[in-house]
Design a protein around this ligand. Structure first.
Ligand SMILES: [Zn+2]
Length: 623
């Protein structure tokens, strides 16, 4: 554990050489969310050893960083947060080590502590022995009862945005990439998976080796450990899930192979080898996380009818937008997410038709309108080019980056035509693969490589207004969906007294149901909701999106019959997208404030730290 074997050094060097062909000397962006000093010294390869201790809920780690560029640096600075640093050594050859007198900087509540390691011009490796602590915001250790089988404990990580530093001391900035290899020891019988080349079988001794030969930023470091099994879905794709969920997952994700072909046809070859998905327990705080080679997914998209697989298209699309061309800092987050929502929409259009993509776009528009209404249309938080310095970058995870970003790209597409825009995007992904991008750089490339060919397009689009302005520009292309128009007519008819059974809803998909719930008038009362519920059984829905929308409506209309189902949902699911509106609605609805606190008291220990931070803040929670 404590010594680095020669073969590991060889592997590291091989990996480094493999990666060199894909990297260039990066223009290093200044990142307000990292203490690191890449201008002086930056790291290029990580050799990581981890022992997963499920009982104590900690990782015992040894991280060996290979320094790539060292411009006569006096020190290497790494990001850490809540780590117990046991020992730091430096070496010139990876073998002969000298103890380093490291120091930790002052504690910042958001950024953690800078780890200062003195180095010389000849230093090539730093070796750090450390333990994680129970406060690690990336890690969630789940007891067996919170898994699907109920038999084994589970560990999952979420490194984005700046949580990698809570389980690996690293240069935790999206603008800095490295390759890695890892040895992970877990309790026997469990499978370990990383954002790397993965095993498909349980290792008898509980020891797993991983290689990631393509350079990634720290926020894409990922680990999942649990009772997991694998099912192939195509030549280069498959799904991991708990044994009791694997059939359901394999059915739900059957179209993934087609999605990969569609994505490659749109924007060029998939560059990460395999594309696999792991289905996590329901406390996973996000819908999905685009960890390279292995998307992490919430089980709440296993609707049984493939109606929520757009999320997989989204995570797959990140293999280009985000993982291949990466936002330089979290202030450029819209470059990751806006592009990905656009790309997701194009994959779903090719897979299910234009009408389907229009429905997704209308849902996007609703989310954007709601967000801008809540923030205020002149709020600086409604800018694509946002300034998150001094705040937690998770605060930037709003509809602005995703949906305003999406509609900006739709506006460009509409102005220059799809053919020209697609050609531009293929070129953009090609030229910038394995590089990082700032908002200003993107705008310059857009002007030079595309808009210059279309006189007047710059003004027609209003690029500066979209990127640097607040609110929603008035040239946003409004999506039209015939199916949603029919749903709106059904709502009007129902309000006018038409019977629930005569609304033509027999063939509605979950997206139409969502739109139906969203289109109900604000003043609707509990009695009226009860009438809908007795016919459509919305409280008993098993589609997580429909559940979340209906429960929010139920709270606002004080529909008490839904309360037990709301409690069950919130004490099972930890996906932040669902938690925030539901707890928010309870907090703001007279008579429900105490219910919010009661449910949260029960549910809080089951949530991932990322969700806990958000809901604590929302409810002003005090232990
Ligand atoms: Zn995304």
């Amino acid at each position: 554990m404590n010594t680095l074997k020669a073969c590991c050094v060889f592997l590291m060097i091989t990996a480094l050489m493999a990666s060199c062909s894909q990297t260039h000397t990066p223009a290093i962006p200044s990142d307000p969310h990292s203490f690191s000093n890449p201008e002086e010294a930056f790291v290029e390869h990580l050799s990581l050893s981890l022992v997963v201790n499920m009982e104590e809920k900690i990782l015992q780690g040894e991280a060996v960083w290979m320094i790539g560029k060292n411009r006569n640096a006096k020190e290497l600075i790494l990001d850490t947060k809540e780590l117990e640093i046991l020992e730091v050594q430096t070496s010139n050859d990876g073998q002969t080590k000298t103890a380093a007198k490291f120091t930790l900087g002052p504690k910042d509540p958001i950024l953690g502590e800078a780890l200062h390691i003195p180095i010389t011009a000849g230093t090539r490796f730093v070796h750090i022995r450390y333990n994680t602590t129970p406060g690690a915001e990336a890690l969630q250790f789940l007891p067996p009862a919170q898994t699907h089988t109920g038999r084994s404990p589970f560990l999952l990580t979420q490194s984005q945005a700046i949580n990698a530093r809570t389980w690996v001391p690293c240069q935790d900035s999206p603008g800095l990439r490295f390759t890695y290899n890892a040895t992970v020891t877990v309790p026997k019988g469990l499978l370990a998976l990383m954002s790397a080349e993965n095993p498909t079988q349980v290792s008898p001794d509980g020891v797993y080796q991983f290689q990631m030969t393509q350079p990634i930023p720290a926020y894409l470091l990922a680990l999942a450990v649990g009772e997991l099994t694998f099912r192939s879905l195509g030549p280069n794709t498959g799904v991991y899930a708990e044994p009791t969920l694997i059939d359901k997952a394999a059915y739900e994700f059957e179209e993934v192979n087609d999605m990969i072909s569609i994505a490659e046809k749109l924007y060029g070859p998939y560059q990460w080898g395999r594309y696999d998905i792991v289905v996590l327990p329901p406390s996973f705080p996000f819908g999905g996380m685009e960890n390279p080679r292995l998307t992490f997914a919430t089980p709440t998209i296993l609707a049984g009818d493939r109606s929520l697989v757009a999320l997989v298209a989204h995570e797959l699309a990140h293999s280009w937008s985000g993982n291949l061309v990466t936002n330089a800092t979290w202030n450029d987050f819209w470059l990751n997410e806006g592009f990905t929502v656009y790309f997701e929409n194009r994959i779903m259009e090719a897979l299910k038709g234009a009408e389907y993509a229009n429905m997704l776009a209308q849902i996007s528009l609703k989310d954007l309108n709601d967000e801008v209404r809540d923030m205020g249309s002149d709020s600086p938080d409604t800018k694509l080019a946002i300034d998150l310095a001094g705040t937690n970058p998770d605060d930037g995870v709003t509809s602005i980056a995703y949906d305003k970003g999406f509609f900006f790209l739709k506006t460009i597409e509409k102005t220059v035509g799809r053919e020209a825009f697609d050609a531009f995007l293929i070129d953009y992904f090609n030229k910038n693969a394995f590089k990082t991008m700032t908002t200003d750089e993107f705008v310059a490339i857009l002007r030079e490589d595309l808009l210059v060919k279309f006189p007047g397009s710059e003004e027609q689009i209003g690029v500066d207004n979209w990127v640097y302005g607040t609110g929603i520009p008035d040239n946003l292309p409004i999506p039209q969906s015939d199916k949603f128009t029919n749903v709106e007519k059904a709502v009007s008819a129902w309000i006018a007294g038409v019977d629930e059974g005569d609304l033509g809803s027999d063939e509605w998909t979950s997206h139409e149901w969502l739109h139906f719930i969203h289109s109900l008038p604000d003043g609707i009362d509990a009695k009226e909701l009860g009438r809908l519920d007795s016919v459509f059984h919305l409280t008993a829905s098993t589609n997580s999106e429909v559940q979340a929308a209906w429960y929010e409506r139920a709270i606002k209309s004080n529909y008490l019959k839904a309360k037990p189902a709301i409690r069950k949902f919130l004490t099972t699911v930890g996906r932040r997208k669902f938690l925030m509106p539901l707890y928010g609605a309870m907090k703001n609805t007279p008579g429900w404030e105490q219910t919010a606190l009661d449910i949260y008291r029960e549910a809080r220990p089951r949530y991932h730290p990322i969700s806990v931070i958000s809901v604590d803040q929302l409810l002003s929670w005090q232990e």
